[in-house]
Design a protein around this ligand. Sequence first.
Ligand SMILES: [Zn+2]
Length: 327
Amino acid sequence: MRKLAFYAWLYVESELRKTKNRILNLIDPPVVVLAYHRVSVPQIDFHSLVVSPENFRAQMEFLKRNFHLVRFEEDWAAAKKPAVAVTFDDGYADNVLALAIVEEVGVPVTFFISTGNIDSSNEFWWDELERLVLGEASYPPHFQLNDAKYGKTWSTETYRERRRMYWDLHQSAKKITVVRRTGWLRQIREWAGLNEVTDGANRSLTHDELMILAKSQWVTIGAHTISHPTLSSLTEEEQRHEVVSSKRQLEKLTGREITVFSYPFGAKRDYDLTTSRICREAGFNKAAAAFPGEAHRWGDPYQIPRHAIPNWDVDTFAAKLKGLWIR
Ligand SMILES: [Zn+2]
């Protein structure tokens, strides 16, 4: 009975939200901001970060045919609406392939870049974790993580068990320091019998590749911290360092002023009011979050909602986008 009441409430809540959004969208046609990460051939992709080149091209062509396209950094007050803005997070090397497609189709894009891995073969920690835990190795039956706070033993015989362990580790690894996480990855590497060297499929942009993006008339470069931490778990000083240094570093690398930012992970719990203030003080005009929703003129420019787009074919993409206007 309690379960039924719960589902009934979920239904009512979602209907109320749809009605509210319909009204808001009538009062002020919104800007819908789409968030991508990678254009590549999907592999394990636990977090649905990869969109295939075919689907990405078809999605961009659909946008070009059907919507007003705006740049993330523009003043949207003057834009014809409803409008769509396209953004990418993280700065994977395969963003160069995304660039080739958006240039051909003619879609403006903002790439938010984490600077810590530029010109290195290091993977982002979640990619290494995914490769180590969910790959093809012959795994021992257990893994014991040695850590004062998060130490735990997992059964790791089946893929299902390893997926559980991956998820647990991912949740807590978001909240810890780079040094501590590096220690975890070392332990996991030893357990999996795998090493640090990869084929480079998950690497970040090089400086040269970043310049190819930055020089395109279709591209805006934005900042996304240095080491991609959960900013809300850091001290104010640490947050400021991640935010301000990534801006300075990108300005030095590209020779352009960097005026927009996106929060790593981007859910409301992943940044806080201090983060928004630091972004404003650092000279950013807007900051993108990662919770779904549409941007209205009364919204907070330092918490712009975005819809994450997975590897949908164009029909699914079109249907979902249509749904966004009236949600
Ligand atoms: Zn990110």
